[in-house]
Design a protein. Structure first.
Length: 273
């Protein structure tokens, strides 16, 4: 058994699990120094400590080194200033070398052993000369990492067409694959402007809501099926699962709406038209 906590390294980032066994209890919003695969980093505790058996621990579990000190926080502030300088210099060199890439974010490790530059590009980019410029300027290890436009949107943030903060910024930990089939399953108009997010890709909500729509549809007749209603026989035209209704066209051409709960409660049965 080990005591673990969830830690984030930036507001929009993923929650990572770290071992805190043997350390004083940590609370949410505590800042800590941890060892990662890339090196030492400062993170923020975002979950309460909990105990997990060995078989449920993630692979390659790292330990929290300690709580941060005032000196650590001062170093972290200096690193943020270095990131700004590195971003400005890198953007200048990208322009000077006319490279077809867009710099998105710069991240400096706590001990300054490496600076990572995240960028987007339509195709592969030969950035070898750019790396030489950066190494010469900052005298440390340099890593350029190409990311997708969905990750770019997560970094910059913004509001979706629903009027809420982007899901990838607010609560999504992993951005799963999204397909047009998911939009069809949710009866959405296949208009790119209606089903695309700020990143220009299909909206993330289509993916994490997909399973809920599938489960709800199990209890309703398919579109095109015949159905008996209190007003007579008719054909299912569409579902409004959020409103909990089924639209039916009766044999006389009249269109009515019945509640899904009434359909289930009265055991109304579909039949082949």
């Amino acid at each position: 058994m080990r005591n673990v906590v969830g830690i984030k390294f930036n507001k929009q980032g993923k929650v990572y699990t770290f071992d805190v066994t043997g350390l004083p209890s940590l609370k949410k919003q505590d800042t800590v120094l941890v060892q990662t695969e890339n090196g030492t980093a400062v993170g923020t505790v975002v979950t309460e400590a909990r105990t997990l058996p060995e078989e449920k621990l993630p692979g390659g579990l790292k330990k929290v080194i300690r709580r941060t000190t005032e000196e650590d926080l001062a170093t972290e502030a200096d690193n943020r200033n270095l990131e700004k300088d590195a971003q400005a210099f890198c953007m200048e060199r990208i322009g000077a070398r006319e490279l077809p890439m867009k710099l998105v974010q710069v991240e400096c490790l706590f001990d300054r052993s490496k600076i990572m530059f995240y960028f987007t590009a339509e195709n592969r980019v030969d950035f070898r000369e750019l790396v030489k410029d950066l190494v010469q300027k900052f005298k440390t290890r340099i890593e350029l990492r190409q990311i997708g436009v969905r990750n770019e949107a997560r970094i910059f943030g913004g509001m979706g067409i629903c009027g809420r903060e982007l899901c990838c910024v607010g609560f999504l930990q992993n951005m799963d694959t999204v397909s047009v089939k998911m939009a069809k399953e949710q009866n959405m108009l296949l208009n790119p402007e209606k089903i695309s997010g700020l990143c220009g890709r299909l909206m993330c909500c289509l993916s994490f809501e997909y399973e809920a729509y599938q489960n709800m549809k199990k209890s309703v007749p398919k579109v095109g099926k015949g159905i008996d209603t209190p007003a007579g026989r008719g054909e299912v035209l569409r579902h409004s699962l959020i409103r909990g209704t089924i639209s039916v066209r009766l044999q006389d051409g009249k269109e009515i709406e019945i509640k899904i709960e009434d359909y289930e409660k009265n055991n109304l049965s579909p039949y082949v038209m």
